[in-house]
Design a protein around this ligand. Structure first.
Ligand SMILES: [Zn+2]
Length: 84
């Protein structure tokens, strides 16, 4: 059972296929939370933690882009004032 878990990203409970193992692990924790084995719960927590980190990084990038656009417009505005 451990071997199929590691190589085949398909849910052992509902046979749903996933593109990545981490997606399957997240699905297990969300949709089958009441029947997880200890190993599955551990994998879910690892995948969940990893996703949190990726989300945090994404938020920082989005915030950085927003700041760049904001100051870009301020600089454009300053140039438009000087061009008169
Ligand atoms: Zn499932």
């Amino acid at each position: 059972m451990t071997d199929t878990h590691d190589t085949d990203p398909t849910c052992p409970y509902c046979d749903r296929a996933f593109a990545r193992e981490s997606y399957r692990d997240l699905h297990l924790g969300v949709d089958h939370a009441d029947r997880l084995t200890d190993a599955e719960r551990e994998r879910y927590e690892t995948a969940h933690e990893q996703e949190e980190q990726e989300l945090r990084l994404y938020r920082y990038k989005a915030l950085g882009l927003l700041v760049l656009v904001y100051f870009g417009f301020i600089i454009l505005y300053a140039f438009s004032l000087g061009a008169r």
